[in-house]
Design a binder for this molecule. Sequence first.
Ligand code: PLP
Length: 222
Amino acid sequence: MSIKNNLNNISNTIPENVTLIAVSKTQPVASILEAYQAGQRAFGENKIQEMTEKFDVLPKDIEWHMIGHLQSNKVKYMAQFVHLIHGVDSFKTLEEINKQALKHNRMINCLLEVKIASEETKFGLSFDEVEQLLKSEELKNLKNVNISGLMGMASFTENNEIISAEFKSLKHFFDSLQKYKSLNVNPTILSMGMSGDYKIAIEEGSTMIRVGSAIFGSRNYN
Ligand SMILES: *Cc1c(COP(=O)(O)O)cnc(C)c1O
């Protein structure tokens, strides 16, 4: 199957209100162009340097999504162009994003990453930590960031019931956040679902799926 066929197959089966992010990490520029020519505009990367190099050489109407864990000291390299940062899991990172966004006189959209999987290794905030952050006075001062929603990753398991339950709990929590809506908190995006579990994620209320290998084929690393 070609990249174009894979993309069409996925696009044709997901509801209209769900945005497909093509996760292009480790993929060459030629593969991204192939997806671009098939009409795809939103791409996800997990390393800032790799994303910046691709941004430099690819068409400027691409929306770049940072989906990886962030190193604060590298935020400056993508602040000028990044469309949405999915993996924010500390106030300190938000402060740095705000500072860099201000330099470019723009607002940067961010998702708070929530830990829903049972595995020890996954990054993310607890539900309680998300609420503390959204309630905090300090957040009001970050006028150049917009909290647009949440991102989560389910456990790596074959057990669909576990995956469903984890996504369901995140959706439930996401719905409860509307009470925090303010100038820079506008929770409209729920980013959950990857190649292996996006169908379950959509059933459970995802509005944005991040799909790599089901579009581009398997990766050698990451
Ligand atoms: C790599 C990655 C994806 C895509 O994974 P696939 O299984 O290839 O679809 C989605 N989200 C995050 C955060 C990733 O790092």
